[in-house]
Design a binder for this molecule. Structure first.
Ligand SMILES: [Zn+2]
Length: 134
């Protein structure tokens, strides 16, 4: 699977990570899902209600509102973005939550080295998602 993001979206996410650091930043990603390619059309930055440097959670009311807005715009939910102070791979907690979010793509930015990587849960495996920047 490939995740397509724009240069602008990456910039926006990096700026958000810098702004909320050391608290983990998070965002919801919406766009188009076509076979094995997902394209991000909209990034909705969310606040981390845990205000935590190692965990994140988005207000469920905010999630519901974002989903509603995206649906009106004809966009699919693609996945979640968050930053964490570890390498850009899902933590044990992330893996647990990935199960709850079904086929969502998890885009992770490491605040250690700035690396960005994407993953998704496929059956019981965590699969790496290729990132393409346009
Ligand atoms: Zn994480």
């Amino acid at each position: 699977m490939t995740l397509i993001l724009s240069e602008m979206q990456i910039k926006l996410l990096r700026a958000e990570v810098e702004k909320s650091f050391p608290v983990e930043a998070c965002a919801l990603l919406f766009g188009e899902h076509k076979e094995d390619v997902v394209t991000v059309d909209k990034v909705i930055v969310a606040s981390n209600i845990l205000e935590s440097t190692t965990r994140f959670e988005v207000d469920p009311t905010f999630v519901a509102f974002a989903f509603e807005q995206a649906e009106k715009e004809g966009l699919d939910f693609i996945g979640l973005f968050h930053s964490h102070p570890a390498p850009a791979t899902p933590s044990a907690i992330d893996v647990r939550y990935m199960k709850l979010w079904g086929s969502a793509v998890w885009l992770i930015l490491s605040t250690l080295d700035g690396e960005i990587a994407a993953f998704r849960k496929l059956d019981d495996q965590t699969e790496r998602v290729e990132i393409e920047i346009k």
